[in-house]
Design a protein around this ligand. Structure first.
Ligand SMILES: Cc1cc2nc3c(=O)[nH]c(=O)nc-3n(C[C@H](O)[C@H](O)[C@H](O)COP(=O)(O)OP(=O)(O)OC[C@H]3O[C@@H](n4cnc5c(N)ncnc54)[C@H](O)[C@@H]3O)c2cc1C
Length: 436
């Protein structure tokens, strides 16, 4: 393909890295730009010499294209199967449970007794009945099947009761996605719940950022240049290609993949006004490096919002309990959706002050062992998958973009690293196929 101009990829999170991997694997010249280091929310913070996954915590057997990509760059040995021991705070204690194990959910004190019965007799059969429409990697199918017309709070309160919304939907959505049942489409939640019935969790040796590092090395070996510290602030047509304005200069490309969160894409991509209607929010996480382990035998603890501790904090992740080499000792605290905006705009001291009283109850050793705290801000990078969201995206992502631009990002396919990777591969394939 000599003589062709290269393709620009804007954003080196999982979506952008996957697009670059696909394009380079097909022999195309590629240049990647990111405002930070590569990895996006695959972000492992080094705080006082401890490593902590600050945002993305886990992969799973459902991350199938991620696993293919990892294998193709020769990094499979970074993946470690995890015991999957989580917990939910209820009645003043951490009730352990293993996601993916119905037996564990049935015997755990995490869920009220009546709810466990309704889950077994009504919800699990519902999920199995609609199995063909409930694929977490293709959530628009739920919309097409008429299962995503309302929020999971509306569906849940009517079909399974208030406790389903408070003790099952909220803890899962707030802890791992930073959103509430009142915002999220029922179809997306059903997809998550169905995936959770058969899940095998995976961690990454040295932290999730090591995966981004392995992809970066592979790209480097294929001649792909990844430019860090390069905020792209505009795109415009240039001859038959696209001009990328970056850090006071510009570069011309044959075409570009825009793999940044929807709020950033809305600013960058002219001619796609629908992007600014994707609801986006800010959040932050608090990383606490600790002097020695503080764990209790569980990795992630979710706190229901009705619990007195749930106003500020949605979840706590004990890094050393992942049991992967090179991670911890450290604790990562995720704010409740109600507190997230405040945490992301405030200073680290305010977040620490909000988190410590909760940690004093759920992990009492922490306060005396904190060596250093770091607030990781995620500005406008959380999108809210409301009812019908993914069906709308399925129509828009291919059709409603200017020529020479392909969009990628989790907001287009599914709210996970797998969704982001799939979106990147699809964007690369659309560009290589040329105009429809
Ligand atoms: C608290 C939390 C926990 C999560 N846990 C999990 C989990 O355990 N498992 C899972 O699968 N998913 C998880 N997710 C979801 C996951 O983080 C996302 O789905 C995924 O990271 C999205 O990838 P992306 O490439 O679309 O975006 P990002 O990872 O956000 O990458 C976008 C990139 O674009 C760059 N960028 C932005 N603007 C510009 C610009 N103007 N110029 C240049 N570069 C720019 C950014 O620096 C960033 O590197 C979690 C999310 C949150 C918020």
């Amino acid at each position: 393909m000599s003589g062709e101009r290269s393709i620009g990829v804007i954003g080196a999170g999982p979506a952008g890295l996957a697009a670059a991997w696909r394009l380079a694997g097909r022999g195309r010249g590629v240049r990647v730009y990111d405002v930070r280091e590569p990895g996006g929310r695959l972000r492992t913070e080094r705080v006082a010499g401890r490593a902590a996954d600050a945002v993305v915590q886990l992969l799973s057997n459902h991350h199938t294209q991620v696993l293919d990509l990892v294998e193709s760059v020769g990094a499979t040995d970074l993946l470690v199967r995890l015991p999957g021991q989580d917990a939910v705070w209820r009645k003043g204690r951490a009730n352990t449970l293993r996601y993916g194990s119905m037996r564990s959910m049935a015997t755990s004190g995490a869920l009220p007794r009546g709810l466990k019965l309704r889950l077994a007799l009504k919800y699990v059969p519902f999920l199995e009945r609609h199995a063909s429409a409930l694929d977490l990697n293709a959530p628009w199918l739920a919309g097409q099947a008429g299962l995503d017309d309302e929020t999971i709070a509306q569906w849940g309160r009517r079909e399974l009761g208030d406790d389903f919304v408070e003790y099952m939907a909220y803890p899962l959505l707030a802890a791992y996605y930073g959103v509430t049942p009142e915002e999220v489409g029922a179809g997306v939640f059903h997809c998550l719940a169905r995936a959770g019935l058969r899940v095998q969790l995976l961690g990454v040796r040295g932290g999730l950022a090591a995966l981004a590092g392995a992809v970066g090395e592979w790209l480097d070996s294929r001649g792909v240049v990844v430019v860090s510290g390069a905020p792209v602030d505009g795109l415009e047509p240039s001859g038959t290609g696209v001009r990328v304005r970056v850090a006071g200069g510009y570069a011309d490309h044959e075409a570009v993949v825009v793999a940044v969160p929807a709020a950033d894409a809305a600013r960058l991509v002219p001619g796609a006004p629908w992007l600014s209607r994707v609801p986006c929010r800010s959040t932050a996480t608090l990383v606490l490096a600790t002097e020695g382990p503080v764990g209790k035998g569980w990795f992630g603890l979710s706190i229901p919002r009705r619990d007195p501790l749930g106003g500020q904090v949605a979840s706590v992740y004990v890094q050393e309990e992942k049991r992967v080499d090179g991670v911890g000792p450290a604790v990562v605290v995720v704010p409740s959706p109600a507190a997230a905006e405040r945490w992301s705009e405030g200073d680290p001291g305010a977040a620490l002050e909000a988190a410590l009283p909760v940690l004093d109850v759920v992990l009492p050793e922490t306060r005396g062992r904190v060596v250093e705290a770091r607030l990781v801000r995620l500005r406008q990078s959380l999108f809210v998958p409301g009812p019908g969201h993914f069906e709308r995206m399925e129509r828009a992502r291919a059709a409603e973009v200017p020529p020479g631009v392909a969009l990628a990002g989790d907001y287009l396919v599914a709210p996970t690293v797998e969704g982001a990777v799939r979106s990147g591969i699809q964007a690369a394939d659309r560009l290589m196929a040329g105009p429809a």
